[in-house]
Design a protein around this ligand. Structure first.
Ligand SMILES: Nc1ncnc2c1ncn2[C@@H]1O[C@H](COP(=O)(O)OP(=O)(O)OP(=O)(O)O)[C@@H](O)[C@H]1O
Ligand SMILES: [Mg+2]
Length: 320
């Protein structure tokens, strides 16, 4: 069964528009997005809307395969090319011939394999491990990653030339936080599927429950939402979200310690700002001096301030 891609938020409409424009064109696509945002779903959709839809869709997860095996997984090996290679084995590129290969978690691929992949993308041919013959394939490539490949390039763990070969078209999938408006539709979609799966009569979730889903930040995105719905249906208890929200809220509270108090809201903006600024400076320079063990030069170094300016600041704040 073809899974439905749910969404009518602005962010998803943009994704759908891009999918439409790609249509059945055989272009290389790089899908990016946080984990659980639907990268694999989109890769399948691209294959299904292409002229290759009746041919194989072959997935390989570059993160799950040990470094020394990835090459033979991708390109296959010849009989006798290493101990245990009793017969020739085809790699995923050959298995996916006339179809699509989906290179998942491409950001985890090692540099040596990246070189070989680049060659396939440029020449459309490769050599099996232990082989000499060039194998030509007609395999469409779709890659996905939750990493920032530009950052990987800067760190030297990803080849820039490969990036440009893969990133012919980029589909960036929004996080669930960026498309909260889609929550009700997603919940309905998943709950219809899951009630059926567990042979329970369908019963819509309460508005109260849906409302609470909007207060959570969804680091695991759609997959996390799907799992929550499943758990709620199996246990028959909508209260599960309360626990999630509680954990989330205490985290947020810890992060921004609520410095806008009622008292501040009774002042005008300018005085409130000065007051916050002064208490920030007091806390900051206190902590700074502690970190620097009271050493002024060290404090100047850590804060990036000029030693003299720092001295004046501390004196004005009456800190020593
Ligand atoms: N827009 C959507 N509509 C319906 N279901 C979706 C949607 N997006 C994702 N899903 C579902 O959410 C789950 C996670 O999606 P998928 O595996 O494609 O994400 P991913 O980005 O590949 O995640 P990861 O990075 O963890 O591998 C799947 O069960 C998928 O069917
Ligand atoms: Mg995935």
């Amino acid at each position: 069964m073809k899974p439905r891609i749910v969404g009518s938020s602005q962010a998803m409409l943009e994704v759908f528009e891009l999918l439409d424009r790609i249509g059945d064109n055989d272009v290389t696509v790089l899908i990016t997005g946080e984990s659980g945002t639907g990268k694999e779903l989109i890769a399948q959709a691209l294959h299904q809307q292409s002229k290759r839809s009746k041919n194989p869709f072959v997935k390989i997860n570059c993160a799950a395969i040990p470094e020394n095996l990835i090459e033979s997984e991708l390109f296959g090996y010849e009989k006798g090319s290493f101990t245990g290679a009793f017969q020739r084995k085809l790699g995923k590129f050959e298995v996916a011939n006339t179809g699509t290969i989906f290179l998942d978690e491409i950001g985890e691929m090692n540099l040596a394999t990246q070189v070989k992949l680049l060659r396939v993308l440029q020449e459309r041919e490769f050599v099996r491990v232990g082989g000499i013959q060039n194998i030509r394939v007609d395999t469409r490539v779709i890659a996905a990653t939750n990493k920032d490949l530009n950052e990987c390039i800067a760190l030297g763990t990803f080849r820039e030339d490969l990036f440009y070969r893969l990133n012919v078209i980029n589909i960036r999938l929004p996080s669930l936080r960026e498309r909260l408006a889609d929550i009700p539709e997603l919940v309905e979609n998943f709950s219809r599927q899951l009630y059926k799966k567990f042979n329970k009569p369908y019963k819509p979730f309460s508005d109260h429950f849906i409302g609470k889903l909007f207060q959570y930040n969804w680091p695991g995105n759609i997959r996390e939402l799907q799992n929550l719905i499943e758990k709620t249906i199996v246990l028959g208890d909508e209260k599960i979200i309360d626990k999630k929200n509680q954990e989330f809220k205490s985290k947020i509270e810890l992060e921004n310690k609520q410095f806008i108090s009622d008292g501040l809201l009774n002042m005008d903006y300018k005085s409130a700002k000065e007051m916050i600024l002064e208490s920030f400076e007091r806390e900051y320079f206190n902590a700074l001096l502690q970190r620097a063990n009271g050493n002024l030069s060290e404090a100047a170094r850590i804060s990036g301030m000029h030693r003299k300016n720092l001295f004046v600041k501390l004196r004005n704040l009456n800190l020593k």
